[in-house]
Design a protein around this ligand. Sequence first.
Ligand SMILES: Cc1ncc(COP(=O)(O)O)c(C=O)c1O
Length: 358
Amino acid sequence: MHKKLLIPGPTEVSKEMLNEQTRYLIGHREKEFSEFYGGITDKIAKFFQLTPDYKPTVTTSSGTLWFDIIGRSIVKQKALACVNGAFSQRAAQTIVSCGKETDVIEVEMGKAIKPDMIAEKLASGKYDTLMVCHNETSTGVRNPIAEIGKIVKKEHPDIIFAVDAVSSMAGDKTLPSEFNCDIVFGSTQKCFALPPGLAVALVNDRAIERAKQVPNRGAYTDLVDIFEFEKKHQTPFTPNISLLYALNKRMDLLLEETYDKVYLRHKDMATYTQQWAKKHFAMFPEPGYESITVSCISNTQNKNFKELNQKLAEKGYMISGGYGKMAEKTFRIGHMGEWNLSGIKEVLNAIDQIWGLK
Ligand SMILES: Cc1ncc(COP(=O)(O)O)c(C=O)c1O
């Protein structure tokens, strides 16, 4: 029996999207490809309401490539990276492994990164790049990026502000104009509800100009090269054309639904799940900073999560345990992509029955 995925990525992918990928391939240096790919980036620009100084691109990679792109092509001297969970920690480590000096602001798991913490660090004037994760999937914490962005834009216009929106882009609000960021990226296996293998990024001219000043950018991680090819509506290397077919269709559906309604649908699912969690358990994130695409719930009743997932499988669903060290203490429900409120109600109802919750 197929288990519908409510794990925080990969999320459930519809048959329609899977089928899109079975079309015949075209050559990626052909005019036909440029027209097709240019059409996708136009749709991305429209959905994310880009002003002319922002350019979209799609890399054949998972989202982590963008940690490397930032480390190799953006950080000049020194970065400030904010850590409040496993993915933001990996981002910080990646920048360091690219040979760039990095200071870290770290807060306890479950807590958010606050604007004043960043303002205080940036006041030293030591940093040229700021990296923050919007939606820390490991803890279900949503960092206040828009408030952080306001400070960066006003007080530190020379800093490049990069945002990991891997698990929130195309679900939560992530417009560059809302974030005041220079780079924001997401992965297709999350809210885009596609298989893994592509990352969608929105990058402004300032970030591309910065990259021109940074030596040793590598090949796959060369941001300047990526946007040179974008001018021809191509990618520097052979892209995953099959998955681009599906992304093209996904962008049509997102545009049809509209940015605001996509957000409201995710918000409704999150609100309902949070109410359910508070009735029976407790939310793990500090209040006011809960993700709207993945709910991380403290298992305050010490229920047997493994057994739950086995029984849910019989009903055709799969949710997720806690991440890493929090495996025993929390469990996570990913409500992203094509999921809607009635689907989430069914799943929570199934959990009520299995665990005997009233
Ligand atoms: C917030 C966040 N950042 C980065 C990543 C890594 O993305 P990918 O697996 O697409 O490389 C993930 C994956 O779950 C994530 O949730």
